[in-house]
Design a binder for this molecule. Structure first.
Ligand SMILES: O=C(CO)[C@@H](O)[C@H](O)COP(=O)(O)O
Ligand SMILES: [Fe+2]
Length: 220
């Protein structure tokens, strides 16, 4: 698939999300951060907003669920129009059953890891997934500083994916910018979420293209 950019709408104008999506026409996905004030100490949007955004934009939606009980809620995000749904393994009760359900409903199944969650215990689950999300900040807020300490985990995750010969996307999320994207790409990430870097730029769409070109040049 190559390098993909999924701008996070967390740093966009929430009063006009349809128009904000239109400002990043080069984006491969729209990253929608769903937070419930339980799994993370912040509250954002839920199903009705995802459903409305899906009607307002033709760019596929990559929903990042930072919520408790994803086993109950995640499948509804496929019905609301998400093309990819990522649940956090720390919150899921039955990650294999949930990934299978997401796929059966027609979406890509993603599994997210907080910075301190290791990948190794989940090696046997990899064939059940379409994407792994390695958080490079503590989830909950945009605009935080990239955690370098997560780079070795990105490398180890890429090695595991390659060892199993899987076509699994490796997403990084948190503090990704022109300063940090090269390191992530060198470590083996191929899908990049960027919120403040994209929507804080004078020309968000040009920033999407710049981030992609930089990651492509640095990719392993
Ligand atoms: O999931 C999250 C935060 O929990 C992210 O998607 C952030 O929204 C990314 O924002 P930046 O770090 O790129 O500003
Ligand atoms: Fe996110």
């Amino acid at each position: 698939m190559g390098i993909q950019i999924s701008p996070s709408l967390l740093s966009a104008d929430f009063a006009d999300l349809g128009a904000e999506a239109g400002r990043i026409a080069s984006a491969d996905w729209l990253h929608v951060d769903v937070m419930d004030n339980h799994f993370v100490p912040n509250l954002t949007v839920g199903l009705p907003v995802v459903e409305a955004l899906g009607k307002a934009s033709s760019t596929p939606m990559d929903c990042h669920l930072m919520i408790e009980d994803p086993d109950r809620w995640a499948p509804a995000y496929v019905e609301a129009g998400a093309g990819s749904v990522t649940f956090h393994v720390e919150a899921a009760t039955a990650p294999v059953r949930l990934a299978r359900e997401l796929r059966a409903k027609g979406a890509r199944a993603g599994m997210g890891l907080r910075p301190a969650t290791p990948i190794e215990p989940y090696e046997d689950l990899l064939p059940e997934l379409d994407m792994l999300l390695v958080m490079t900040v503590e989830p909950g807020f945009g605009g935080q500083k990239f955690l370098d300490v997560c780079l070795p985990k990105i490398r180890r995750t890429r090695d595991l994916i390659d060892k199993h010969g899987l076509d699994l996307w490796l997403q990084v999320d948190g503090g990704v910018s022109m300063e940090t994207i090269e390191r992530c790409a060198e470590a083996g990430a191929d899908m990049f979420v960027a919120g403040s870097a994209v929507f804080g730029a004078d020309d968000p769409d040009a920033m999407v293209r710049q981030l992609r070109a930089t990651a492509e040049a640095a990719a392993r």
